[in-house]
Design a protein around this ligand. Structure first.
Ligand SMILES: [Zn+2]
Length: 318
């Protein structure tokens, strides 16, 4: 992919391009912004652009571009441990690699994904190299929780903020570029809150069907929330809680005068309106609170049966 093929992110890409044109894209950057909006993808395009062997980078066909794409370039290092901690051993290896000159590219590039997962020891060790980054080295720290990165590290980095797409624009993109039908595109764009990557990840899942199954089972008549429909695994349960939260978000905002087309569940608009009179703002506040509390408890592996029981009682309390 090239910068001109990236959808959205005009402002951050503008800054990056200027730095690239003036050969100033060195040292340390933080790419911050919600998950699933393409921060890491942009970091990889930068790596291709810097080390491309052709005149019009990134050509995507030269050896360097291909190796970067396949994550096999000796000068491009991706540190991605998912939700696990980034430890001092990882940083020691980075420091060792950074001390060498680039093997074949113009610069050595270290992309540290989920940089908020640096443990304090690792962050302090990284700080040393950020204070005086070697020439021809670029660090890109990717994060959706910059507040969890220690201030001394933050202050050594240029922070570039990425924001989601406007939801209506994402809906259009999903229809035009990904051939999704309108109802599904609308739901995904609004449910994913404008995050293209997340919408694309969700588009091939059963989410659209599942969400209506949950509403049909639990929203219209009092019935205990069971795992049969809410899901067996922790991840499925979490998604179901998110789906319920999005339903009550719609009700809350419709009560505040939100326009119909801004509803996440536009396909169930008649049902939203039908259930709307049942909930006061106070009750909705309590439900939203219980839902977010349930998510936290689920994280901590608290008994999910009890959790669903409490939530069900909250939904149907008089
Ligand atoms: Zn190339």
């Amino acid at each position: 992919m090239r910068f001109d093929q990236v959808l959205g992110h005009e402002r951050p890409l503008g800054i990056i391009r200027t730095h690239l044109e003036h050969n100033r894209l060195r040292g340390a950057y933080i790419f911050s912004g919600p998950e699933g909006i393409g921060k890491k993808m942009v970091a990889k395009i930068i790596a291709q652009e810097i080390n491309c062997l052709e005149d019009a980078p990134p050509c995507q066909t030269c050896g360097s571009c291909i190796k970067t794409e396949k994550e096999q370039h000796p000068d491009v290092h991706l540190i991605q441990h998912g939700e696990a901690q980034i430890k001092i051993e990882d940083i020691r290896e980075i420091l060792r690699q950074a001390s060498f000159r680039p093997y074949e590219g113009q610069a050595k590039i270290f992309i540290i994904d989920n940089a908020h997962k640096l443990n304090p020891e690792a962050a302090n060790s990284l700080l040393k190299v950020l204070e005086e980054p070697p020439k021809d080295v670029l660090f890109i720290l990717v994060t959706h929780k910059p507040q969890n990165i220690i201030k001394t590290v933050l202050s050594r980095c240029k922070v570039i903020r990425f924001t989601p797409l406007v939801r209506s624009r994402l809906e259009e993109i999903l229809v035009k570029n990904y051939a999704l039908e309108r109802t599904g595109a609308h739901f995904l764009a609004y449910y994913a809150e404008g995050r293209l990557g997340l919408a694309l990840r969700l588009k091939d899942t059963a989410l659209l069907k599942e969400k209506n199954k949950i509403f049909d089972a639990f929203i219209f008549s009092p019935k205990p929330l069971d795992r049969e429909i809410m899901g067996q695994s922790k991840e499925e349960l979490q998604e179901s809680l998110n789906i319920l939260a999005s339903w009550f978000r719609d009700i809350y905002l419709l009560k505040c005068g939100l326009s119909e087309k801004e509803a996440i569940h536009l396909d169930r608009f008649a049902d939203l309106q039908k259930t709307l009179p049942r909930f006061s703002f106070k009750h909705l506040d309590e439900i939203m609170f219980t839902l977010s509390e349930s998510s936290l408890y689920l994280e901590k592996n608290i008994n999910s049966k009890l959790l669903l029981h409490n939530l069900g009682a909250q939904l149907w309390k008089a």
